[in-house]
Design a protein around this ligand. Structure first.
Ligand code: OOG
Ligand code: MG
Length: 259
């Protein structure tokens, strides 16, 4: 059996030293998804012990665009702490990022606890507001080369700027059909991708339901106040010093990440 503590140690060191490492599955092909979530949780426990607080969760690889880009066919989840929330107006902390990429997402703020088994309709009923958002992902693996267990262990590539929340909080009833919510992604003003909400599991709330249902298998729920990233609508785009990436969402304003 793989040494889960040793894997958690190496990931924590990679985060701290801002260096990339080789994916574990190259040498531990038997690392299971369940063991990987165990490693992920050990990493979160370390963060909690260091004083961080969980503010929500993130879905990953919930769109065909992302699954194709990363050559992984299944969704996954990770946890967001207060240290991963980034103010849009502040430049990205490039000194804490290895090879950041930016992706547009729809974020959910839960007004009520969400417990699985649940459905899209129930997720929307439990949602206080939706936002346009950007996530800055940063894999600890060289060249973002990973298999599903690796990226699960790495908290789904969450970074010090995983949650950049857009300017408009809209009640689900006021935002129209989330499946049709349009999004335009630009880097340095130039169009790089477009999508609609349905890119994420036919409906972004379906991703949130998927998460609640996965957690229910472990007897866990998503508390009221949780912020949830439902997963990228488009491919992620690399960002370097001096660049900006912005996502314009129909009815939810524009969010910009500047490096
Ligand atoms: C994994 C994380 C994917 C998303 O929104 O699809 C993710 C990765 O691509 O590095 O956050
Ligand atoms: Mg993401």
């Amino acid at each position: 059996m793989p040494d889960l503590d040793a894997i958690a140690d190496r990931l924590a060191a990679a985060v701290e030293q801002v260096t990339d490492i080789e994916r574990f599955t190259a040498t531990e092909p038997d690392l299971t998804i369940e063991q990987a979530y165990d490693v992920q949780w050990r990493g979160i426990e370390r963060r909690l012990a260091a004083g961080e607080r969980i503010v929500g969760a993130k879905l990953g690889l919930t769109s065909r665009a992302k699954q194709r880009q990363m050559s992984v066919d299944d969704p996954l989840y990770g946890w967001l702490t207060d240290a991963m929330v980034h103010e849009a107006a502040t430049p990205l902390p490039l000194d804490r990022l290895i090879h950041p990429r930016v992706e547009p997402e729809i974020a959910f703020l839960l007004g009520e606890e969400l417990a699985g088994p649940t459905t899209v309709v129930e997720v929307l009923a439990a949602t206080e507001a939706v936002f346009g958002a950007l996530e800055v992902i940063d894999s600890r693996y060289r060249d973002f080369d990973f298999r599903l267990p690796d990226v699960v262990a790495d908290n789904a590539s969450a970074s010090a700027a995983s949650l950049i929340v857009g300017p408009v909080a809209a009640a689900p009833a006021d935002v129209g059909d989330l499946r049709l919510l349009g999004c335009v992604l630009r880097r340095d003003g130039e169009l790089v991708a477009t999508a609609a909400g349905a890119a994420v599991m036919e409906h972004p709330a379906a991703a949130v339901a998927w998460l609640a249902n996965r957690l229910a298998e472990q007897g866990r729920t998503l508390p009221a106040g949780s912020l949830i990233l439902s997963g990228a609508l488009t491919d992620a785009v690399a960002i370097g010093a001096g660049q900006t990436v912005s996502a314009e969402f129909d009815g939810l304003g524009t969010v910009t990440a500047a490096a």
